[in-house]
Design a protein around this ligand. Sequence first.
Ligand code: F6R
Length: 612
Amino acid sequence: MCGIVGYIGDDRAVPFLLQGLEKLEYRGYDSAGVAIYGGGKINIVKAKGRLSVLAGVLDNNKPLMGTLGIGHTRWATHGAPSDVNSHPHLSENEKFAVVHNGIIENYLSLKEYLGKKGIEFQSETDTEVVAQLLEYYYNGECEGKILDTIAKVMSKVEGSYALGIICEDYPDRIFCVRKDSPLIIGKGDGENYLASDIPAILSRTREIVRIKDKEICVLTKNSMDFYNLDLEPIEKETETIEWDIASAEKGGYPHFMLKEIHEQPDAVRKTVSPRIKDGRIALDEISLTAEKLRNINKIYFIGCGTAYHVGVAAKYTFEKLVRIQTEADVASEFRYREPLLDENTLVLITSQSGETADTLAALREAKKHGSHVISIVNVVGSTIANESDDVIYTWAGPEISVASTKAYSTQLAVMYMIAIYLADLKGAISAEDYDKYMADLQALPEKIEETLRETEKIQYFASKSFNANDMYFIGRNVDYAVSLEASLKLKEISYIHSEAYTGGELKHGPISLIEPGTLVIAFASYGKLFDKMLSNIKEVKARGAVVLGVTTQGRTEIESETDFDFYVPEVSDFMLPSVEVVPFQLFAYYVAAMRGCDIDKPRNLAKSVTVE
Ligand code: F6R
């Protein structure tokens, strides 16, 4: 996720661009840059680091005076944060400058194609192929026709993009297009604006036009013209924004946590789809040869907090699919317990920030013993990503809320992909199972969307529970893994005491905590153990518990044993945590909201724990 702004008018462009980028820094903040038209050419200034670094360079060394420009704040995807990988990107002869939000999935093949034509690339980014393609087609096949060139490039690139484009030959125009990434136009008086999100332009205008997928917009200071891919003009409606700036930054949501919960379908889609080629998982990031992978005889899953809970779910998944010995551990224990590691051990490290001190120490311990480390990380270029043998990035975009939500969902999706990939490699699953898992994996975003549509039910249950002093989450197998995460979410943001137990452990101690009125949330979706969970539900009901039962659609037998029920869509059983967690992220959120808690910044917690 990155932020784009653009300005065209009579004022100097740089101050507006910097102000707009500041409002978009929540979308990414590892580097920033601007491209300004002036003196007959495109001038670019960009810098690694927060926006203030760019502002400092522009103030001190390189003031740019032009009145047309585009700017970008980056959340690195392809290529670590650096000056050269920052946007805007220029084409080889500096005719085009481009800012981009999204991922060009086929950039490698396009880069190879252009490389064969002698075009040299400066950066490691996917975006640079767009700048190079524009110049290539503009000078060649499209014979200097700018709109034909843009349409041609759109027909070549796959993936998601919002693009702001300027061309040396058009000193009075900004061109913009989008597909699956947001982009809006702001209408001013003798000036017009471009942005990824509304807050960037709210200081100047409340009149906006939303660009839709595969539409092209041409902006001048006094006009905005829209075209479809056949270059036929289209009419667009103007919208008036009524929100204030503070709520707009959260996209209209009252908290980042709620926004991030709702971003999960898209985040999972972006994480999974670039890694599926011709219906098969292509994990190009894994450098181990197939032979070495076949020799792996043990896998450790390591992380902290939510990231550790992903490892617990993965343990069940890998044992079932890959038929391999596994262990899941919290990093702070693993690093000091003298684990048995060698070159046939695979260590899968999970971390949203990529900077968690204990997780990093666990990674170093594993590498010291010659084990291969694959990390699943959200922040590109982070220390864990850099020090791992291989890194598989989750494309969740910046997670601002301290309570992790979309990182968990995307980490799970990556675990499923690795498990299916290894199971297939080892011949541990049949071709039919492979196809079924692939279909379910690709359907996950819609299934998550389905659970989000049940928000009202969850709000109702939250309204019945928010005064509780204690809550217990129970489940078996992956239903236990998700119980751990649901319980953590609740306690960290609502401060209600809560615990998670396996259903089978209840009678070995925890059941003594159940008294009349105690709230128990029972996950009973894992088909094979449904009857066992019904017995556990009966046990706690017999001691007076109030039970919310969670199971898959159609298993209505649960209703006779519980007080409330919640149904989740059917998926392959190891993928259940993905659909079960979402309603309980919402549950924690609404309980915390009803208790008046500071949801995005819970007490005593920090987003990135870089100390032991
Ligand atoms: C819980 C939460 C924490 C993190 C943990 C690991 O909502 O956010 O438990 O999951 O601190 O952080 P990362 O994933 O950055 O290593």
